[in-house]
Design a protein around this ligand. Structure first.
Ligand code: PEP
Ligand code: MN
Length: 336
């Protein structure tokens, strides 16, 4: 309560807490009274904050426990390890997904899939439905792209990570993909989150460009609350005032998320930097900081890529990076 709150205002808040079936617990401080509200259901807490905020004499309404209960470490102290067609994410291993930004053709995708597999990648990434800033830019091959990814998986054995943008496409994409990627622009597309939550498919949830880690965890909670606990969080760079790189990698996100949640945390150094010459350094920083994996763009002909060529590593650069990542992983007690 405010320091100037009247006894009547404090009483009104206590009465309201009781009226809605909860218990008030008064902490009579020297300067102000603090009223604890006990017994609220998690599902109601967010609404209660707004409700009590508007009462006269109330200064602030704080939540003691997180709103992302199921995703929180308090609820589930041990790390969650997700099994993607036999590939584990979130355990001792650092899991690397690599491949082109977009699926462009069968030849391009299978060639890159073989090259990243040879270099030691565990999963293949590639977009069939592409969220492009311009409606005139290449939008992806759609279902044809999914079929190409499925062929590349059949040839290499690499599980496939690919983006789904539209709630109506979730079933279609889930028929081909091993991991459903939710892109940065859709982190707060709640109908989409609920739809992927209703599947049992692993979900790779990217952080929104302008979203706090709290928002990311709240979005993860949407998926987990639908019964799908297979959520991988991905830091992919955020918007800041710095414009010497495409986005700014929030390396802090890794230890903070690992502290707050049991879900695996990976980093996408490609979209975070937007420049292939910085991808290696940021990849190594991410692994050193405790990331459970990386999502890296690799292209066999970056100059002619239909999207994100400038940030794509050539297969030989990716191979060299994998060797370095192995040494960093060893230094922090993990393996690739
Ligand atoms: C991608 O991974 O291809 C992609 C579009 O990423 P983001 O949503 O992070 O921009
Ligand atoms: Mn891309």
């Amino acid at each position: 309560m405010r320091t100037q709150a009247t006894p009547e205002q404090t009483q009104a808040v206590e009465d309201e807490i009781q009226r809605i079936g909860l218990r008030p617990f008064i902490n009579p401080g020297v300067e102000r009274k603090v009223i604890a509200v006990l017994g609220a259901l998690d599902a109601k807490k967010a609404d209660l904050v707004e409700h009590f905020h508007s009462f006269p004499g109330v200064e602030r309404v704080d939540l003691i426990s997180h709103l992302w209960k199921l995703a929180s470490r308090e609820y589930h102290p041990a790390d969650t390890v997700i099994d993607v067609a036999g590939v584990k994410i979130g355990g001792n291993q650092i899991t690397i997904a690599a491949g082109p930004c977009s699926v462009e053709s069968e030849a391009q995708t299978t060639e890159i899939a073989h090259r990243v597999k040879e270099a030691g990648a565990h999963m293949l990434r590639g977009g069939a439905f592409k969220p492009r800033t311009s409606p005139y830019a290449f939008q992806g091959l759609g279902e044809e792209g999914l079929k190409i990814l499925a062929k590349a998986r059949a040839e290499t054995g690499l599980p496939v990570v690919t983006e789904v943008m539209d709630p109506h496409d979730v079933n279609l994409v889930a028929r081909y993909a091993d991991v459903l990627q939710i892109g940065t622009r859709n982190m707060q597309n709640y109908p989409l989150l609920k739809r992927v939550g209703a599947t049992k498919h692993p979900v790779l949830l990217k952080r929104g460009l302008g979203c706090k880690l709290r928002d990311l965890l709240m979005s993860a909670e949407y998926i987990v609350a639908e019964g799908n606990h297979n959520v991988i969080l991905c830091e992919r760079g955020i918007m800041t005032f710095e414009d010497s790189t495409r986005h700014t990698t929030d390396i802090n996100a890794v230890p903070v998320l690992k502290h707050w949640t049991h879900l695996p945390v990976i980093v996408d150094p490609s979209h975070a930097t937007g420049d292939s010459k910085y991808v290696g350094a940021v990849s190594k920083a991410a692994v050193a900081a405790g990331a459970d994996g990386l999502l890296v763009e690799v292209h066999n002909d970056p100059q002619h890529a239909l999207s994100d060529g400038p940030q794509s590593l050539r297969p030989e650069e990716f191979k060299a990076l994998m060797e370095q990542i192995g040494r960093i992983a060893e230094a922090v007690g993990r393996r690739v």
